[in-house]
Design a protein around this ligand. Structure first.
Ligand SMILES: [Zn+2]
Length: 89
């Protein structure tokens, strides 16, 4: 890992705006193909980012942006988990 003073910026899959990685929820496709919410930022695998905003989540789901980014279908479980995660923040 390269150390840098800048906070990494990532684009939200819902609204498309770039923001600090810390403000986004990361969904990771683990090497075994399972999608998980990366709460600690430590999961290996391909990541997709969404603002902590239910509207962004809905938009990302509507556009199938997460599925396209990760190449894996979103299960109802992960959608519920994401919604809960966003609502609790
Ligand atoms: Zn957003």
């Amino acid at each position: 890992m390269v150390k840098t003073k800048k906070i990494p910026q990532r684009s939200c899959l819902g609204c498309g705006l770039k923001t600090n990685k810390q403000n986004l929820i990361r969904v990771v496709r683990r090497p075994d193909g399972v999608l998980v919410i990366d709460k600690k930022g430590k999961e290996p695998g391909r990541g997709a980012y969404i603002c902590q905003n239910v509207d962004c989540l809905k938009e990302a789901i509507r556009k199938k942006a997460i599925e396209r980014a990760l190449g894996e279908k979103l299960s109802d479980d992960i959608i519920v988990e994401l919604t809960n995660q966003i609502s609790s923040n």
